[in-house]
Write a protein of this length. Structure first.
Length: 514
């Protein structure tokens, strides 16, 4: 079951594929492509140049680039030089970039020429002076160009084999506030490829992946960067997700696997309904993770496209996946699947820490070889999250007698109205079924007598969405105490790169308005 050969150093994996499939395209984007033979040679050359420039094992390298082949080469080269990768969203705000550079103590930043002035300002304001390497258009004019480093010679003495060291500091999504840097090993990340993507989703060297996932996020980093390399597949990296562009690409029939987050599949379905598209080319499998997949969306997507859309549950602290639905056999819609083979999971009462019976809600805790090594420079938070070998997720879940898990929300997101617990996701799943709702989110707001009540935020697909009609829809599908007490129309729901709702931003907006 476990594909142990996929757990190896970056150099070992690259050399393996360079010998077995040298001319196969490994990754491509809108600008260029790279074969496995070229990828092995270029990353070795870049790694050699980084070492000559003074980069040492354990040094932190920030990758602040858009999705693309440059991102891949920068990541693999820095890992081959023994560095620790610190991915930063290309859409991050100045404060977020500054926090990551300073918190992780980055000694090198790999970015674009267009962001040179911004990085310079951020570093001056923060009082730091990391080296900079540039990629993409204008790189040579901006300073040291990644492409020039790739053209140099390589030293065989590079490529540390220690896959148990900290290789990544991936910052959490920040759904509840300031992000924490999660220390992950290459072994833990590739264990997911070996235990989940290869055996469960049957990802192989024959697959051609179309990936719209943000590579800075743990899901994209694990699946679209590392696991594609591990199995020797080919991948087209989209810089940004566009429903129409994705549909156009899929119609070419080149692709077999499409990973995404629930909002991507929602917009893809919506666009297909508008344009009359009913098939996704040669896609054999769509994979969803990063946020809760509503059962209604899953059914509607599979019903229209006649393509499997498998939902899974993962978190940064577990190198991504914890559970996954399998490619074959029946599954309960709305479930995020079975625990990944080799992982131990429990659902416990948050107060007593005792296991709850089947069907009852509790906190999901996890133990396995894919757990994080801790939070960077945060020993107290690490101790609170990792207890006696178990990672306490903070997520609420329940299990059926067959072992299928369903994520019901987060402990801190629970709305307690007059002593009754309300999971925001339950209301959201009902609201999103309304034909004139494109997206929605629910948060708890204070109430003088009930403590908390639900507040609904709506992105309408049509201007004429009638709020009374929507509330009638809610009353027909929800218990009275779950009906939102207040509703607000908004242009968009703030989400992380993985699709998780940033509820704290909605609460902040409410507080500012009042």
């Amino acid at each position: 079951m476990l594909h142990v050969d996929l757990i190896a150093s970056i150099a070992t994996l690259l050399d393996r594929h360079a010998k077995q499939r040298p001319q196969q395209i490994a990754y491509w984007d809108a600008s260029r492509s790279v074969t496995y033979a070229e990828l092995a040679r270029r990353t070795a050359s870049i790694a050699t140049s980084l070492a000559k420039a003074g980069l040492r094992e354990g040094d932190k390298v920030a990758i602040y680039l858009p999705n693309g082949v440059d991102w891949i080469e920068a990541c693999f080269a820095a890992l081959r030089a023994g560095a620790v990768i610190v991915p930063i969203s290309f859409d991050a705000a100045e404060g977020e970039i500054s926090y990551r550079l300073t918190d992780a103590e980055c000694g090198l930043v790999i970015t674009t020429a267009a962001r040179k002035d911004l990085i310079g300002k951020i570093c001056r304001d923060a009082g730091i002076a990391p080296m900079a390497i540039f990629a993409g258009p204008g790189a040579a004019q901006a300073g040291t160009a990644l492409a020039d480093l790739a053209a140099g010679s390589a030293t065989a003495a590079l490529d540390p084999d220690d896959i148990d060291r900290s290789s990544f500091i991936v910052y959490t999504s920040g759904t509840t506030g300031r992000a924490k840097g999660v220390l992950l090993s290459l072994r833990g990340m590739l264990w997911i490829a070996a235990a989940c993507w290869a055996p469960v989703c049957e990802l192989t060297e024959k697959d051609v992946v179309l990936s719209p996932l943000p590579l800075f996020h743990s899901y994209g980093l694990n699946l679209s960067v590392l696991s594609v390399l591990a199995v020797g597949a080919s991948e087209h990296i989209m810089e940004k997700f566009s429903p129409q562009q994705a549909l156009d690409l899929l119609q070419t029939g080149k692709y077999s696997v499409l990973p995404g987050v629930p909002t991507m599949f929602h917009y893809l379905l919506h666009r297909a309904q508008e344009t009359g598209v009913e098939r996704l080319g040669s896609v054999r499998l769509c994979i969803s993770a990063g946020a809760i997949m509503p059962a209604t969306l899953n059914k509607a997507f599979e019903g229209r496209f006649r393509t499997r859309l498998l939902d899974g549950y993962g978190i940064t602290e577990t190198s991504t996946m914890v559970t996954m639905n399998w490619l074959h056999g029946a599954r309960p819609m709305g479930s995020c699947g079975l625990p990944v083979p080799g992982l131990a999971v429990r659902i416990v009462d948050p107060s007593s820490r005792e296991d709850v019976p089947f069907g009852e809600e509790g906190e999901l805790i996890v133990r396995g070889p894919n757990l994080m090594q801790g939070y960077h420079n945060k020993p107290q938070e690490t101790a609170a999250a990792l207890r006696k070998g178990w990672y306490h997720t903070g997520d609420l879940a329940k299990s059926d007698p067959s072992g299928y898990l369903t994520i019901t929300g987060r402990i801190k997101e629970l709305i307690i109205r007059g002593g009754q617990n309300i999971a925001p996701a339950e209301i959201e799943e009902v609201v999103i079924r309304h034909p004139h709702v494109t997206d929605c989110a629910v948060v708890g707001i204070r109430h003088a007598t009930l403590g908390e009540v639900p507040c609904l935020f709506i992105v309408a697909s049509r201007e004429e969405l009638d709020l009374n009609s929507l509330m009638d829809h809610c009353r027909a599908n929800l218990s009275p105490y779950k009906i939102p007490e207040a509703s607000h129309f908004v242009p968009e729901i703030p989400r992380t790169g993985s699709g998780k709702i940033m509820r704290f931003k909605l609460v902040e907006a409410l507080n500012q308005a009042s």
